[in-house]
Design a binder for this molecule. Sequence first.
Ligand SMILES: Nc1nc2c(c(=O)[nH]1)N[C@H]1C(S)=C(S)[C@@H](COP(=O)(O)O)O[C@H]1N2
Ligand SMILES: [Mo]
Length: 202
Amino acid sequence: MESLADLQTPIFWAEGHPGKLDRNSWELQIIGACLEPQTFTWAQLMLLHSTTVDGRLTSVTRWSVRGLWEGVSLKTLLEKVKAKPSVKYVRFWSHGLVYDTSIPLAIALKEKSLVAWKFNGHFLSEDYGGPMRAFIPYLWGYKSAKSIVKIELLEHYIPGFWEKRGYTDSAEIEPGFCRDMNEGGAIKQIPGGEVLKFKDED
Ligand SMILES: Nc1nc2c(c(=O)[nH]1)N[C@H]1C(S)=C(S)[C@@H](COP(=O)(O)O)O[C@H]1N2
Ligand SMILES: [Mo]
């Protein structure tokens, strides 16, 4: 099955490309409003119950790519660290701690919200946020932070990299036209994140 590169998915790095990243020594720290903050090594993450979801990454710049995303659900990770009942938002931090973004807890707990490491069976490359990235298909792509090293559990909202620069805090996907990368960039309509065919054409 096709990789993100095969589908010519655009590569976004507002903070600059991170260069080569090492999967085996990667660590993901979870801190903030929880009883048992923890740093997960790559090996520890691989032992967790993984899940594969069919979902779309849809950018506010109007392209969308669908595939099978594999990783661990945020719900599982939040249970592991014993998130406090006071948690309201989940904040992702990318490698280098320049790019961050936060999502409401209710979205983080949905079944397709992941820390993902594979797309269509291929490990994510550095271009696409490897070794691991947030995958939040319910919201615009800027919430799906790439190459994450830290997750912070917040009691109050903090605007992230793009939110401070004018993108909405809610990142609710608005209906409209966008390019479907699974179909060579053909223009389609997207109500609520799922790209549907425009009109009745095939
Ligand atoms: N660290 C980091 N994560 C990021 C971004 C970024 O610039 N830096 N761009 C976001 C945006 S706007 C989108 S649409 C998706 C794009 O993912 P891709 O570059 O893997 O296609 O990543 C999101 N995550
Ligand atoms: Mo985006």
